[in-house]
Write a protein that binds this ligand. Sequence first.
Ligand SMILES: [Zn+2]
Length: 99
Amino acid sequence: MDCDYKLISTLPNGMFHLKCQRKGCGYETDSMYGPALTHTRCEKDSPRGLGDTVAKLAKILGIKQCGGCKKRQKLLNRLVSYEKVAKMLPVFIRRYFHN
Ligand SMILES: [Zn+2]
């Protein structure tokens, strides 16, 4: 399922700042396209990055998240984004086998 984006603001560079309205997601992103044309897999369904995976693990272990945890989860998601990894992986594999 894709994120259900709502337009938060229009940035000075003409891009749109969007936020997912779905409960349990709330993902924010900057997009060149409007809410209807921006598609990202919703955090409700699947992990977006390493932060979500850590959060899931913490939940399994019975560790409750505080506000700081949420912030770190978002940061970790940005640092290790699975979307970026998925985009980079084919490039990496091609380079790896042709050197
Ligand atoms: Zn979402």
